[in-house]
Design a binder for this molecule. Structure first.
Ligand code: ANZ
Ligand code: ZN
Length: 815
C-alpha cells in the first residue's frame, strides 16, 4: 500500500471545490472568525515558498477553527497594481491587464494545488475597476476633509524607474525596486495627511493584540517627541528651535541650521563667508536624509561668519553653523546645540573646537557626554533642580516671556501619494480653466485607466497618461468648460489600505461594503503578514480604517484585533532566495515531487514560525517519511479487524494516554502559533503507534483529525477509508463526508495529565531525598532537580562530584 500524494491531492481538491466546503456564511449564527493573510502582488515569478509559509499557517488555524464551530472567513485576492507588471509591459508590449490576468491565474492555480482553504467566492483584484472605484471614492472622502492635498515636495527620484519614491522606498540611498541611484527633485505631489492621525495611531495600539516588536516599530516610526520650542534672537529675526531638553538651555553653546533653512537666505548679506556656505549647501543636497543622519558618518558643517544669536536664558552671544546633521523636515530645521549632553553635538563640537559646557550632573562615573537625566548645574537660579522639574519650570518661564512654549513633534511624515505611472488608480481630480482644482463627482467613478500603446513614463517626469489627449481633456463637471484630468496615479499601497473591508462584501456596487456585513465580520480576528510591512502597509491601512471610522463608514476604529508575523524562508545555507543566486525553490517542484501535504508540513516544521529559516531539502524528505509512516499505520488497523475494546484496552492504554496528551499539545500549540512543536508531538505519537502490533481505529481516526489541518489531503483520504468502520471519534454521529465537518477533539484532562513519580535521589547509594517529578523526565532535568534540592546540596557540601547515575526513577550522585 503506497502513499501516492498526487492521486489523493487532486481528488480532494476537486471534492472541496464541488462541495463549497470553505465558503464563509454571512450572518451565520455560529461565532465568526475572520482570518487574513496579506494578499500577494501577483508577480511573474509565481508563488514564493515564503508565501506558502504564511498561507499554510493561517490555513491550519482556519481549518481547526471551522472544526471548533466557527464561521470562518479566510479570503484571498490580488494586490495587482505595481511597477514590475508595468516594466514587463514596457519590455514586451503586452498590456499590464493581460500580464496581470496571466499572473493571477498562475497564483490561483498554485494556491489551489497547496490545498489552501480560501473562500474563492470572495476573490478580489485591486486593478478591477469595480474595486478601484472605491479606492478612488475613499480618496475623494479624504480630499473633502482636507486630508489629501497637493504640494511641491523634494522627492526621491529614481533615475532608472523614472518614479518618485516615498522615503520608505529608499533603502540605503538606493531605489527599493531596482537598486538604482536616487536623487532629489522638486515636484508637485499629492499628499495624504497621515500626520493628522499620529496620535490616534499611537493610542489605537493600546487596544490591539500585536507582537511587542510590531508595536515598538510603529511607535518609533510615528516618533512622538515632547519638548519645547524656543526662540533665539538674531537681529530682528527669531530663530526658533525644537528641543526635547529645554532644561539644557544654559548649556547651548552654538546653534545649527539645516542647509535648507530660510535664515541663510534672509541674512545672506551679513554672512561674510557666503560662498563657502553656498558650496557646502550644494554638496549636502546630494545626500539623502539617511546619509545625513547616519550616526556613523563624520559630521560636517560651516560657521555662518558674522552672525551671532542670543541665548534667551543668559543673553549670551553664540555662533551659528550650517550643518547637514540637522534636517530641514523635522522640528523647525534648526537646533540649539548642547554638546555636553547630546552625542551628535558633542562629536561636532570636538571636531570644530566649540565650547562644551556641562549643565546636567549625572551619577558618578557618567560619560564625558552625559545624555541622561540628572540634576542641574551652571544654570543660574535653576541649579539643583531635577530634569523633569526643570523642564516644567523653564517651559512656563518661556511661555510667560513669549520666548517659547511646550511643543510636540512627530517623526511621521505625510504620505507621498502620487506616482507618475500608468499602472495604478487614476487620482480622481480635474483641473478646470475657470474653477481650478475640481474633484470628480462620485457618480462618475470609477475614473478608468484608458487604453494606451506605450507605458513608458515621460522624461519630464509626467505620467504616460499625460500623452493621451482624448483622455486627459475633458469637461468640467461644475461649469462645463474645458478641464484636464490629473495624470498622476496612486501608489501601490492604495488598494491594500482597505481590501480587508471589501472581502466582507466583495461584489457590492452601491457602497464599498455594506454596514451590516462590516459589523458582522470586522474586525479581522487574526492578520498575518511580514515584519517588513509594519511601518508602511500596516500603518497606512490602520490610518484609512480610522479615517473611515471617523466618517461613520466602518464600525470599528482598529481593523485588526491581532497581528502575527512569519519569518522569512531563506535559501539553503541561510542566504536570501533570489533569482540571481539561483537558489529559489519553486513550490510547484516540491508539490510535484513530494506532494502538497509534505510541502505544507515541512514549512510548518522547519522552525519557530516567527524565525527566518533556511530551506533544507533533507528536512523535506524527513517530513515526507513521517507522512508515509502515518499512511503505513493503516496496516495495524487491518490487523485489528475484530476490534474488541477489552482486549485492546491494556495494550492501548499507553497510546490512549499519549493520544490525549497530544490532543492537548497540538490544540494549544496551534493556538499559540507553535506549529513546529505541534508536529513534533504528532511525530512522537506516531512513533509509539508504529511500535504497536495493532491499533484501535478510534485512535487512528483521532490522529487523522489532529493531522488534518496540516496535511488535509492525506487526512481526508484516511478518514474516508477508516471512519466508516470505526466508531466516530468522540462517540457522536459522523459528520458525513469530509473530515472537515468533524468536531475538533477534546482531550480528557485526566488522561492528558503528566503522570508523576517520586524521583529518588541518592548520595553514594543512600537515599537522601525524594522529589515529585514527571514520569517521562529527562536525565538533564532530573540532574537539575537533584542538584537544586536543599537537602542534597547540604550533603554534597564542598565535595567533588565524581559521577551521576540516572535510571529513569533514580538519581545516584557519587561523591
Ligand atoms: C537640545 C538638546 C539637548 C537636545 C540635549 C537633545 C539633548 P527627538 O527625540 O528625535 O525628537 N533636533 C531637533 N530638531 C532637529 C532636526 N531638524 N534635525 C536634527 N536634530 C534635531 O530629538 C529631538 C532633539 O533632536 C532635539 O532636542 C534637538 O536636540 C534635536 F541634551 O535640543 B535637542
Ligand atoms: Zn469649471
Amino acid at each position: 500500500m503506497e502513499y501516492q500524494p498526487k492521486k489523493i491531492e487532486a481528488k480532494w481538491q476537486k471534492y472541496w471545490e464541488q462541495e463549497n466546503l470553505f465558503r464563509a456564511e454571512d450572518f451565520s449564527k455560529k461565532p465568526k472568525k475572520y482570518i487574513l493573510v496579506e494578499f500577494p502582488y501577483p508577480s511573474g515569478d509565481g508563488l514564493h515558498v515564503g508565501h506558502c509559509r504564511s498561507y499554510t499557517a493561517l490555513d491550519i488555524v482556519a481549518r481547526k477553527s471551522r472544526m471548533e464551530g466557527f464561521n470562518v472567513m479566510y479570503p484571498m485576492g490580488w494586490d495587482a497594481f505595481g511597477l514590475p507588471t508595468e516594466n514587463f509591459a514596457i519590455k514586451t508590449g503586452k498590456h499590464p491587464r493581460e500580464v496581470t490576468k496571466k499572473n493571477t491565474d498562475n497564483f490561483r492555480r498554485q494556491m489551489k494545488s497547496l490545498g489552501l482553504s480560501f473562500d474563492w467566492t470572495r476573490e478580489i483584484n485591486t486593478t478591477d475597476p469595480e474595486y478601484y472605484k472605491w479606492t478612488q471614492w475613499i480618496f475623494l472622502q479624504l480630499y473633502k476633509k482636507g486630508l489629501a492635498y497637493k504640494e511641491k515636495m523634494p522627492i526621491n527620484w529614481c533615475k532608472s524607474c523614472k518614479i518618485g519614491l516615498a522615503n520608505e522606498e529608499v533603502v540605503d540611498g538606493k531605489c527599493e525596486r531596482c537598486g538604482g541611484e536616487v536623487e532629489r527633485r522638486e515636484m508637485e505631489q499629492w499628499m495624504l495627511k497621515i500626520t493628522a492621525y499620529a496620535d490616534k495611531l499611537l493610542k489605537g495600539l493600546e487596544k490591539v493584540d500585536y507582537p511587542e516588536r510590531v508595536k515598538e516599530q510603529q511607535k518609533n516610526w510615528i516618533g512622538k517627541s515632547e519638548g519645547a520650542s524656543v526662540k533665539f534672537m538674531v537681529d530682528s529675526f527669531d530663530l526658533e528651535v525644537f528641543t526635547t531638553r529645554p532644561d539644557t538651555l544654559f548649556g547651548a553653546t552654538y546653534m545649527v541650521v539645516a542647509p535648507e533653512h530660510e535664515l541663510i537666505e534672509k541674512l545672506g548679506k551679513k554672512i561674510k563667508n557666503l560662498d563657502e556656505v553656498k558650496k557646502y549647501i550644494k554638496k549636502s543636497q546630494k545626500k539623502s536624509d539617511l546619509e545625513r543622519t547616519d550616526l556613523a558618518k563624520e559630521k560636517t558643517g560651516v560657521e555662518l561668519k558674522g552672525i551671532k544669536v542670543i541665548n534667551p536664558v543668559n543673553k549670551k552671544e553664540i555662533p551659528v553653523w550650517v550643518a547637514d546633521y540637522v534636517l530641514s523636515g523635522y522640528g523647525t530645521g534648526a537646533i540649539m546645540a548642547v554638546p555636553a549632553h547630546d552625542t551628535r553635538d558633542f562629536e561636532f563640537a570636538k571636531k570644530y573646537k566649540l565650547e562644551i559646557k556641562q549643565v546636567v550632573k549625572g551619577p558618578k562615573g557618567s560619560e564625558e557626554c552625559f545624555t541622561g537625566e540628572g540634576v542641574a548645574i551652571n544654570s543660574g537660579a535653576y541649579n539643583g533642580l531635577r530634569t523633569a522639574e526643570f523642564k516644567k519650570k523653564i517651559t512656563l518661564w518661556l511661555k510667560e516671556k513669549k520666548l517659547g512654549k511646550s511643543a510636540v513633534n512627530y517623526k511621521l511624515r505625510d504620505w507621498v501619494f502620487s506616482r507618475q505611472h500608468y499602472w495604478g488608480e487614476p487620482i480622481p481630480i480635474l483641473y478646470c480653466e475657470k474653477c481650478g482644482e475640481v474633484p470628480v463627482p462620485e457618480r462618475d467613478l470609477p475614473v478608468k485607466l484608458p487604453e494606451v500603446k506605450k507605458y513608458e513614463p515621460t522624461d519630464t517626469g509626467e505620467s504616460p497618461l499625460a500623452n493621451i489627449k482624448n483622455w486627459v481633456n475633458t469637461k468640467c463637471p461644475k461649469c462645463g468648460g474645458k478641464a484636464r484630468r490629473e495624470t498622476d496615479t496612486m501608489p501601490n499601497w492604495a488598494g491594500s489600505s482597505w481590501y480587508f473591508l471589501r472581502y466582507t462584501d466583495p461584489k457590492n456596487n452601491k457602497v464599498f461594503a455594506d454596514k451590516k456585513l462590516l459589523k458582522y465580520w470586522m474586525p479581522v480576528d487574526i492578520y498575518n503578514g511580514g515584519m517588513e510591512h509594519t511601518t508602511l502597509h500596516l500603518l497606512y491601512s490602520r490610518f484609512w480604517n480610522q479615517f473611515l471610522f471617523d466618517e461613520g463608514s466602518v464600525p470599528y476604529g482598529e481593523p485588526y484585533a491581532k497581528r502575527t508575523s512569519h519569518g522569512m524562508v531563506l535559501g539553503e545555507g541561510g542566504i536570501k532566495m533570489s533569482k540571481s543566486r539561483g537558489n529559489v525553490i519553486n513550490p510547484d517542484d516540491v508539490v510535484k515531487e513530494h506532494g502538497a501535504d509534505t510541502l505544507r508540513l515541512y514549512e510548518m516544521f522547519m522552525g519557530p514560525f516567527g524565525d527566518a529559516i533556511p530551506w533544507d531539502t533533507k528536512g523535506v524528505i524527513g517530513v515526507r517519511r513521517f507522512l508515509e509512516k502515518v499512511w503505513q499505520l493503516q496496516e495495524k488497523i487491518l490487523n485489528s479487524k475484530f476490534e474488541i475494546l477489552n482486549k485492546s484496552k491494556t495494550q492501548n492504554s499507553k497510546i490512549q494516554k499519549l493520544l490525549h496528551k497530544t490532543i492537548k499539545g497540538v490544540t494549544e500549540d496551534i493556538d499559540n502559533f507553535k506549529f513546529n512543536t505541534a508536529i513534533s508531538k504528532m511525530m512522537i505519537l506516531v512513533n509509539e503507534m508504529t511500535k504497536q502490533k495493532e491499533l484501535l481505529t478510534t485512535y487512528y481516526s483521532l490522529l487523522t483529525i489532529l493531522l488534518s489541518p496540516f496535511a488535509p489531503h492525506l487526512a481526508e483520504e484516511l478518514w474516508e477509508k477508516f471512519s466508516l468502520v470505526s466508531p466516530p471519534a468522540r462517540g457522536g454521529v459522523r459528520g458525513g463526508g469530509s473530515i472537515f465537518k468533524e468536531k475538533w477533539p477534546v482531550y480528557d484532562k485526566n488522561l492528558a495529565k503528566d503522570e508523576e513519580i517520586e524521583l529518588v535521589v541518592q548520595i553514594n547509594g543512600k537515599v537522601r531525598d525524594r522529589i515529585l517529578a514527571s514520569a517521562d523526565i529527562t536525565e538533564d532535568h532530573a540532574r537539575e532537580l537533584a542538584f537544586a534540592s536543599e537537602k542534597i546540596s547540604k550533603y554534597i557540601g564542598g565535595k567533588n562530584v565524581k559521577k551521576v547515575i540516572f535510571t529513569g526513577k533514580l538519581v545516584n550522585i557519587v561523591v
